[in-house]
Design a protein around this ligand. Structure first.
Ligand code: ZN
Length: 201
């Protein structure tokens, strides 16, 4: 399986990092070794001093497809979740300045936290989601604010790469990203439902 992530999909987040609002979806990938599930702890790597959380709605692909039309995109994911796109912001800033790829900042082991998967049919878009750090809300998003809807994202990305069963799409983060430290606890919720709850070690 592969992990596809959308960057700058909420205008308020693009702004907080001084990025222009994109005209087309910006996307990148993480390898399967990035996946961190079942509320396992995340071990802070020593190559960064500015590790950021980015809470995102995740789509799980249920059908293989290429050149998927927007009008059919809803048939291609059957489960949703929340996840964290961990980002070494210091490394990313350095790469961005030089126009270099982001993998070192984004694709490391454990960088794609995945919460409990829920049936997409029971969570129709749009919906609100929140991230708590140590019990305090630090990110509050609503999928209605996505610049590119799940249908647009699936249609666009599938022009370039074939989507396969089990692939995950991280749909971008709203404003409020920030640093994590050892002992922090991150909790992701849709409404009152907790999808992930784990510790930084
Ligand atoms: Zn992200």
């Amino acid at each position: 399986m592969k992990i596809i992530c959308i960057g700058r999909n909420y205008a308020d987040h693009a702004k907080e990092l001084n990025n222009a609002v994109p005209e087309k979806p910006v996307w990148f990938m993480k390898p399967d070794t990035a996946l961190l599930k079942d509320n396992q702890p995340f071990y802070l790597p020593d190559f960064t001093t500015d590790l950021h959380y980015e809470c995102e709605v995740v789509l799980r692909i249920c059908k293989a497809g290429k050149h998927i039309g927007e009008e059919f995109a809803a048939q291609y994911f059957d489960q949703i979740s929340l996840g964290i796109d961990f980002t070494a912001r210091d490394i990313q800033e350095e790469k961005k300045k030089k126009g270099l790829p982001w993998e070192e900042a984004k694709a490391f082991d454990g960088s794609a936290v995945l919460g409990q998967l829920l049936p997409a049919a029971e969570y129709p878009f749009p919906f609100e989601f929140t991230l708590e750090k140590n019990g305090e809300t630090v990110q509050q998003g609503n999928t209605v604010d996505m610049l590119f809807s799940p249908a647009k994202v699936i249609s666009y990305v599938s022009k370039f790469v074939t989507l396969k069963v089990g692939d995950l799409i991280y749909t971008g983060t709203p404003a409020g990203v920030g640093k994590v430290n050892i002992c922090d606890r991150l909790t992701g919720k849709i409404g009152q439902q907790i999808l992930f709850d784990f510790q930084i070690k």
